[in-house]
Design a protein. Sequence first.
Length: 546
Amino acid sequence: MTERATDDRQDGPSADVIVLGSGLAGLTTALALAPLRVLLVTKTPTLYGGSSLLAQGGIAACVAEDDSPAEHAADTVVAGAGLCDAEVAAGVTEEGPEAVGFLERHGVVFDCDATGRLLLGMEGAHGRHRILHAGGDAAGRHLMAALAKAVQDAEHITVHDSTMAVDLALGEGPLRGLWAVGPDAVCRLFRSPAVVLAPGGSGALWPATSNPPEATADGLAMAARQGALLADLEFAQFHPTTLLTGPAAAGRLPLLSEALRGAGALLVDGDGHRFMLDEHPLAELAPRDVVARAVWRRRQRGEDIRLDLRPALAKRGADGFPQAVAACRAAGFDPFAETVPVTPALHYHMGGVLTDAQGRSSLPGLWACGEVATTGLHGANRLASNSLLEAVVFGRRVAEDILSSERRDALESSLPAPELAPPGCAGPCLELQSALRAVMGQALGVERAAPELDAVIAELQVLQDRLPAPGQESGDAAEIRTWLETRNMLLAARLVAQAALRREESRGAHFRRDYPMTRESWSRHISLTLSDLTASNEGPPLYAAG
Ligand code: SIN
């Protein structure tokens, strides 16, 4: 057990900029901030973690002669179902080739054919082959390995891994940095006038997800506690084809990339019927929400829905999809000889911290990029493989904006350290997390409706009330992290549920059984702040005024 300091502060390191998170967005931002001094804070034990690492699809960018940024932007806007910011979509797709160049300069090698031409894949709702891969479906691993090495070699970046962010240090004055707990379980103030949130998404809120367990909505909750504007929280994208590794499989399920369907893999029901032909002219390559609902509804009726990888494997070979083949084999399936069972699982949260086109949040001194941010690119439904592109483009934009802003020094401060998890709280917190995932699965899955949403909002409040109260003493680092993650998940879940209840229509990834049509009057964003949780007992952030 760690005796928490009762004095008014434990000073940590200081720098020009703090970047929270070590996915593609965080690493890109940190690299692009040179020569400013950067503290890169991440809760994972190495730089080799997070959702980016698991990305299979690759990065969408218009690099083919027969393609154009305008076409890529148009596909993005159609997928976004009326809620994309057309200017952001135009800008990001225009910057696609430059983003690819940035990655190549940092050591990423994209897959080419025998003549040296880039191999470009196809995915759902793209009008052209424009997805660059690296190592077949191991794109995330290849990108992250290259960027992690570049970060380790960069003199301007100091990495603090195994370090869990607690809260933004924001008192009455300007932002002073970030409270974070290191492996020694001590909460320190990491001081900087500029903080970039890039800690990833929220997949761990759902019972089945393609995300890693660390996707606990930390950035969303931290920004919310300080009153930042959040938007589009109701839009959570379900990937139609994760591998059902067992009859009651839950938690992180292996992704079977849409690139497989782009290369010919087929969805079939128990009779071997290719049911997507009945659902949409684009069949297996229909927009992701359409495919996810088609699979989900059949599974609800007890049907065994399967993906036949064989046409894709025949075309690209096992080398084209090493991760999919390995995942199938690990689960006891031979994808060369049989179809494999699939289910939709939470894949990407379009909602998050609202930013402008430079990645600035509504709080001065706070930027956001990557999955935690809502930049306007994805709207109600992200186009496949646009998120790695967004991570690089916005990571660089954020860095550029900070580099061109007036420089301020980190403020000396005398802020009281936040209170943390009481000893012995890990067990109760893990139970709360399981209960939270169960209610999210019931009410905030592929289809939603008011009665379930009302019930889940009440239930989440009950769970919130059961969160162990912070105390004068705290447990070890793992226990503190579990408590902080639980607190973040509870807050994020309550905000997501509120937004989903408010949007009385179906659009993009948000399908309301009680409002199955898209309504013109809802062609607008829902933005929320902490104060919108009217029945909240969240109270002020752990660190309030300083
Ligand atoms: C996939 O590989 O199917 C996922 C790609 C993405 O979500 O962008």
